[in-house]
Structures are given as structure tokens and as C-alpha cells.
Ligand binder design. Structure first.
Ligand code: F6P
Length: 335
């Protein structure tokens, strides 16, 4: 008998009991993200029409202000999560401070916080290159029913209960983990349904792609410079191929499928690199490890870093296991 491809909705229901203490709340949360992803996908696909329909700052035909896509994506995700009353707090790349959600229901016992980068790589929008949304979910540590606190957001990545991304690419995909492997779903835009197209995604153990902004080479630490030279050396299966989209989600997605390493090191000008620990590196690191890859922040595992600030930056190296281990050898030489 032909095995029909599962939809994301079916997958969520079937796997609800996979996670401990499940009350269905996390499933509802993933469902809300699914919905917001579809809405943002629709907006992203219209991006090329901005010059025709009006620039950000203009007023559109309905008298509404045109919004920049990253602002719009932020609003859509926050609205969707708020409306469904399933989280107690949200932190976003677009907001200086975290948002406390006071449910209308006095007895509410929402226990999850969401950290989100609503539109990552947004400088790519103007040139029709893929962008993404990244999300990270934790169980709060302060008492349920009280207003959420900063410490609920500043948990190490190893405490994440779920994480994932949406890539708005040649097709739109939602990829996520709840700690039982990584699954990828592709949107059929004709009917607005995500289908399980990439079950149990795995980073190949070895890879031949390195992704780094080489324009910053002169500012890199010697260990990173040596590793890049190693990647370029003609020996064995090297030189490797260089691929850098400049959109973390897209670079990560390609490397996970084909095998590769993504690097955003610290440099002599950016002491902590560029990427944000809480809503870029941690969710990607969780996905990477769940898919058999690795993610380090220079000296140690990203997921074990104790965050100190909401918008903290950290050097980030992530990808196929053997590539990250090789890079680590180079970094260790100079520590
Ligand atoms: O903020 C994140 C980001 O846009 C990532 O998506 C991307 O990988 C990186 O910055 C690109 O930075 P740069 O332009 O410095 O290489």
C-alpha cells in the first residue's frame, strides 16, 4: 500500500507524547509557529513587489503603513503566539527587552518562553535571496502563574525543549526538533500545508563545504586562519568548496543536507563575533547535535554556555562532526 506523506499537523499530534510532561501545550506552540510561518512566507514572497506596491514608510491603499519585512515578521510571530495564549514570555531580536504575556485567564499556567529571530539574514531580501526565522523554546524556571523573569530566558541551550527554523527559499521549509531528532517539512503553497519531506535529518559526518565571510580573514584569530588554509589545501579530498550565502538559516540548511561547516568567529574588530547566542546559536546548536553534528563557541560546546544577557553575541562554529573536530584541533593550538 502506498504510504501517504504526513502533514505537519498529523506529525505534531502523533508525536505529542514523545516529550516528557506533555500537556499538549508544546504542540499548540509548534502549531502557532506553523501558522505564523505561513503568514510570513506570504509576505516574504511579495517582497519583490515593494517597489510597485510602495516602500516601507509609505501608506498603502488601505491607508495602512507599509512595514519593513523584519518588523512585520516580528509582529506576526508575536501576535500569533500572544493570541493563542500559550506562552508566558517572548524575547525577540527585534525587541530590546523581553515581552511578558499576561493571560486573560487568571488561572493560566502557561509554562513556555519563546526566543525568536523573526527574519534572519534580512539584508538578503532586497536581492531575492533566502531568509529565515529561527526559534528556541524553554520551560520557564520561575513559578507558573507569576510574571516571567529575565532568568527564564537566560537558560543554557541544553535546557531547550524545542528549536527550529523556517527557511523561505526556493521552497519554504519548517525544520524543528523537540529532542527526538530533526524533521523537515516543506510547504505546498497551493494549499498552505506543510508535508514531512525530510524525516530524521542527519548531518553527514564528513563534509566538503566551508561557510565563512572570508572578507574578514585578516581580522581572524590564527587558529581560524590556519583552518581556512587547511580547507583550501590540495590534499586528499581537499580543497573544500566555499559557500557563503550570508543568511545563517540557509547556510546551515545546506550544510546539514550536504555536509559542511559554518563559521562566524570572533575577530580583532568584533570580540564576540556577530551571532546572538540565545536566538541564533543555541537553536542551531540544538538542531545540529540532534542531527549528529556539533556546535562550539571557540573553546566549548555552545549548548553549555551560561547566558548573561538577552542579546549576547558569541563566536559560532557549527556543522558536520568531523569538520568541527578538525577545526577544534586548530583552535586548541592557540589557546
Ligand atoms: O545576524 C545574522 C546574519 O544575518 C546571519 O544570518 C548571517 O549568517 C550573518 O549575519 C552574516 O553576517 P556577515 O554579513 O557579517 O557575513
Amino acid at each position: 500500500m502506498h504510504n501517504r506523506t504526513k502533514t505537519l499537523g498529523e506529525f505534531i499530534i502523533e508525536n505529542q507524547t514523545d516529550f516528557q510532561y506533555s500537556t499538549g501545550e508544546l504542540s499548540k506552540l509548534i502549531n502557532a509557529i506553523r501558522l505564523a510561518a505561513k503568514v510570513v512566507n506570504h509576505e516574504v514572497n511579495k517582497a519583490g513587489l515593494v517597489d510597485i506596491l510602495g516602500d516601507a514608510g509609505d501608506t498603502n491603499i488601505q491607508g495602512e503603513d507599509q512595514k519593513k519585512l523584519d518588523v512585520l515578521a516580528n509582529e506576526k510571530f508575536i501576535q500569533t503566539l500572544k493570541n493563542r495564549e500559550i506562552v508566558c514570555g517572548i524575547a525577540s531580536e527585534e525587541e530590546d527587552d523581553f515581552i511578558t504575556i499576561n493571560s486573560q485567564d487568571e488561572n493560566h499556567n502557561n509554562k513556555y518562553v519563546v526566543l525568536i529571530d523573526p527574519l534572519d539574514g534580512s539584508s538578503n531580501i532586497d536581492v531575492n535571496v533566502s531568509v529565515g526565522t529561527i526559534f528556541s523554546i524553554y520551560r520557564r524556571i520561575t513559578p507558573v502563574g507569576t510574571p516571567v523573569q529575565l532568568e527564564d530566558f537566560l537558560q543554557p541551550g541544553n535546557q531547550q525543549v524545542a528549536a527550529g527554523y523556517v527557511v523561505y527559499g526556493t521552497s519554504t521549509m519548517l525544520v524543528y526538533t523537540t529532542g527526538n531528532g530533526v524533521n523537515g517539512f516543506t510547504l505546498n503553497p497551493a494549499i498552505g500545508t506543510f508535508y514531512l519531506s525530510h524525516p530524521n535529518m542527519q548531518f553527514p559526518e564528513d563534509g566538503r563545504i566551508y561557510s565563512v565571510n572570508e572578507g574578514n580573514y585578516v581580522h581572524f584569530h590564527q587558529g581560524v586562519k590556519d583552518y581556512i588554509k587547511y580547507c583550501q589545501k590540495e590534499e586528499g579530498d581537499r580543497p573544500y568548496t566555499s559557500r557563503y550565502i550570508g543568511s545563517l538559516v540557509s547556510d546551515f540548511h545546506r550544510n546539514m543536507i550536504k555536509g559542511g561547516i559554518y563559521m562566524y568567529p570572533k575577530s580583532s574588530v568584533t570580540n564576540n563575533g556577530k551571532l546572538r547566542l540565545l536566538y541564533e546559536c543555541n537553536p542551531m546548536a540544538f538542531l545540529a547535535e540532534q542531527a549528529g553534528g556539533l556546535a562550539i563557541g571557540g573553546k566549548s560546546r555552545i549548548l553549555d554556555v551560561q547566558p548573561t544577557e538577552l542579546h549576547q553575541r558569541i563566536p559560532f562554529f557549527c556543522g558536520s562532526k568531523n569538520m568541527v573536530l578538525k577545526l577544534q584541533e586548530f583552535l586548541d593550538k592557540y589557546h
